[in-house]
Design a protein around this ligand. Sequence first.
Ligand SMILES: [Zn+2]
Length: 179
Amino acid sequence: MINFFKQKIKSFFNLLYPNLCLHCSAKLKNNFFYFCEDCLGSISYITPTEEPYCAVFDRNPFALSIIKELRRQKILSMPKIAASFIVIQLAKISWPIPDKIIPITNKTIFKDHRYYLAKEVKKFFPKKILKNENNNILVVTDVLSLHELEVIKKKYKNQNIYAIGLCFDFLEDSKLWEN
Ligand SMILES: [Zn+2]
């Protein structure tokens, strides 16, 4: 019985802090969480342009692993981890400070993974900064599709829309997104 509880507690902590790299499954060294040293070292960020939309990562397997875990919603801290990559990228872009941060949402799903992702991005901004004065809206999503961005622009017309995703839309029809 004690072993049963030990196992349960262990699997609970694995949800919080998995001990294998989420991308390559290598065993994590001390002081590494979620991703191994090699995978973290291989991250390549997209260089932001003047456009009011941007992605964080190139289309690479590491980014795909993050998005897959985010969509699975099995690891409780995944929205926070993904949000931190978005915030790192935002720090490099000279977009105005947002007045509002919203997710691109799927109306058929109540609070999907993008809702939690946008919520975590919002936590990085002090409340007093988000003022609702200048109509600057930051749209947050996992895979940024330019079609979805057009829909958002129509919905929030006369407001300044800036959109960021972990990646641009790709492989949306691919079997890689299944599971
Ligand atoms: Zn790894």
